[in-house]
Design a protein around this ligand. Structure first.
Ligand SMILES: Cc1ncc(C[n+]2csc(CCOP(=O)(O)OP(=O)(O)O)c2C)c(N)n1
Length: 467
């Protein structure tokens, strides 16, 4: 296998980082430092130093604990869960993990991380409010979709409840020209990319196969086959590198998907081809009913090392840490240093999908413990502690949230049914005689609903016949 050149491409000068505010970009060094981060900003290195520090550690790992401080509240590092153990050990493992990057505690206190602080030193009080707003509206949209499924308006819904920080933090770390390959649960990332949430629902209602143009927002269509999008992302990133585009690609996947062969292949290829791809694993600890510790003997982020690229574990319920770590990882990949794995350690508070019942395999205590670490509550506590948001802000956001809910409900109920024959038109770009035959057979089958057994028009077969 040929290994492509590993010469590091210099980051573009004046490289802009996307601000937490929708669609805006700010040059990180030029942005104001919020009061809340003033003390940590003192330790921030210059942008140039920060960039090299972010990528030049012995193992090339941006900001792993090698040079960083132990996050407050973390305990000494334990051994990893062993496959097949009886207790749900994965959660324990992360809680004891010194390498978990955390910038905000569950109580909303800012924790200093000299190796990552500079990546969020540009955030203003407004940026923090924007991150909060993103998470609240995403949760509202998600809750609305769950209710719509319960009312029979959607066939299925995969809720992101509890994963808002991982998605908004990473989504807001992206530049406009980066490209995203999601799974089926990335509603918060879609929000950050400017995809209209209503468009996410068409596939779940069964009226289309996607609902948005991937190239309009650099956000690929949802992928149901778990893990396969990591290969698509790798191939795309290899193309990006060949084009010298200077952007990065990010592939989202879950802890369960990390057991798929596709993910292993994506890791191998991206490493040897030095592809600018960030693998963002949301470890929500359950692959439907299968807990993480039945799938791995080591924390997932450590797997990257075996493939020859860095991995880092971030507190996935801490939006600030997710933003910082993803920015660092994207800079690493854009800078020509190859792939990187980010494991966002989080928790799926709801069911896997609306057709799942987690009470069959998961304890109430576990969910309650994670409810206390709610990502939205955590940022709200920080906003209040720092005086970044007042009652008027929260009230206005509540109104905005209600309006979004109304818009989503109305839009879903008025989605037109698709033409049932359209599926045949979308099978091949240039058509196929076999599909033509199937189209004819299906049309005849549809028509049979309008006829009685003897071929005469069936009583009561009206306009709805065949639908
Ligand atoms: C290749 C493949 N095998 C099995 C499935 C069925 N399946 C759908 S979701 C899922 C679990 C995925 O868990 P994880 O990757 O942790 O992501 P999560 O849904 O928890 O976000 C499985 C096995 C599938 N969609 N694709």
């Amino acid at each position: 296998m040929t290994v492509e050149s590993t010469t590091a491409r210099k980051p573009r000068s004046g490289e802009a980082a996307q601000d937490a505010g929708a669609g805006r970009k700010t040059t990180r060094a030029a942005a104001a430092t919020p009061a809340g981060t003033a003390k940590t900003a003192k330790t921030a290195r210059s942008a140039k130093t920060a960039k090299s520090a972010g990528t030049s550690r012995a193992n090339g790992t941006p900001g792993t604990a090698a040079g960083g401080r132990t996050p407050a509240g973390s305990r000494s590092r334990g051994t990893s869960g062993t496959a097949g153990t009886d207790a749900h050990g994965a959660a324990e493992t992360a809680e004891r993990d010194d390498e978990l990057v955390q910038l905000l505690t569950p109580e909303g206190e800012r924790v200093a991380r000299p190796d990552y602080d500079e990546y969020v030193a540009d955030l203003t009080p407004e940026s923090f409010r924007d991150l909060y707003r993103d998470m609240v509206l995403t949760r509202r949209f998600d809750g609305e979709a769950t209710q719509l499924q319960r009312q029979g308006e959607l066939g299925l819904w995969a809720s992101l409840l509890g994963q808002e920080a991982a998605q908004i933090g990473s989504g807001r770390a992206l530049n406009d020209d980066d490209y995203v390959f999601p799974t089926y649960r990335e509603h918060g990332v879609a929000w950050c990319r400017g995809v209209d949430p209503v468009n996410l629902l068409g596939m779940f209602r069964g009226v289309n196969n996607g609902g948005w143009d991937p190239n309009s927002n650099n956000f690929h269509l949802y992928t149901i086959v778990i893990g396969s999008q990591t290969l698509h992302a790798t191939g795309y990133a290899m193309g990006v590198a060949k084009d010298g585009a200077g952007s990065a690609v990010i592939a989202y996947f879950g802890d369960g998907a990390s057991s798929q062969g596709d993910v292993a292949e994506a890791f191998t290829f991206s490493a040897v081809y030095n592809a600018p791809v960030v693998f963002f694993c949301q470890n929500n600890q359950w692959a439907i009913s299968e807990p993480t510790e039945r799938q791995t003997r080591v924390p997932l982020y450590q797997r990257a090392r075996g493939y020859g690229f860095p991995g880092v574990r971030v507190d996935g319920n801490d939006v600030l840490a997710c933003l910082a770590v993803t920015r660092a990882a994207l800079e690493h990949s854009r800078g020509g240093a190859g792939p990187m794995l980010v494991e966002a350690f989080t928790y799926r508070m709801g069911a896997h999908t609306t057709s799942d019942d987690p009470s069959k395999y998961r304890s109430d205590e576990e969910r309650e413990a994670w409810t206390a670490k709610d990502p939205i509550l955590r940022l709200r506590r920080y906003l209040e502690r720092e005086g970044y948001a007042d009652d008027a802000f929260f009230a206005q956001l509540e109104e905005e949230s209600e309006a979004l809910g109304r818009r989503v409900r109305e839009a879903v109920r008025s989605m037109p049914d698709p033409d049932v024959m359209a599926i045949f038109d979308n099978a091949y770009a240039d058509g196929s005689s076999l599909v033509d035959e199937e189209r004819r057979a299906f049309a005849a089958y549809q028509a049979s609903f309008d006829e009685g057994p003897d071929g005469s028009a069936a009583a009561g077969a009206g306009a709805e016949g065949g639908k």
